[in-house]
Design a protein around this ligand. Sequence first.
Ligand code: HEM
Length: 182
Amino acid sequence: MKGVVFTEFLEMVEDRFSADMVDHIIDDAQVPHGGVYTAVGTYPHGEIVAMVMALSQRSGTPAPDLIRVFGQHLFGRFVLAYPHFFIGVKDAFHFLSGIENIIHAEVLKLYPDAELPKFIVEHHDPHRLVLLYQSPRHFEDLAEGLMRGCLAHFGEPIHIEREPTPTTAGAHAQRFVLTRQG
Ligand code: HEM
């Protein structure tokens, strides 16, 4: 996983909890890189999972909630870091339907070793967007948080529902049904 995900996560922990909390979770998780990450480096996905679990233990907040909040935070950071991805994008469905072929395709050009999930657009009309997430990393809570961050960015009242989805070919799958309200 790219270092930018780690650096953003630790910054969020410092902002929402404290610098001491950052030190505690790095100690608790006993991560090999000891909390030293560079944005362009690549680190084992398990290290961020271990730090999320440690934060969950210390804060008493369930890990999926922490990951969702992190996804929202991360989206806000992406908006600042990659403003060109938003040029000419008229709404959230337009943006989200392009994660696979536009956004993550560009991310892969910047970071050829990025480990990205697969998003299949199963349905797209002005009222409903259905996205199928597939990844061996099982980060559907992060995906939901990023989607919520995107909806907040565009300020659109859209409801997100997660449907139970069978795992395919070893990759965890999760279907997201987004419905425009009103
Ligand atoms: C400007 C927008 C975006 C940028 C720049 C971006 C970039 C990235 C980067 C750099 C990673 C890390 C790859 C790695 O660790 O090797 C990543 C992972 C991921 N991205 Fe995006 N992303 C964007 C939007 C989104 C959105 C809107 C979603 C969800 C709908 C999404 C879903 C994910 C997920 C779930 C992962 C974790 C890896 C996995 O699940 O396998 N991304 N993205």
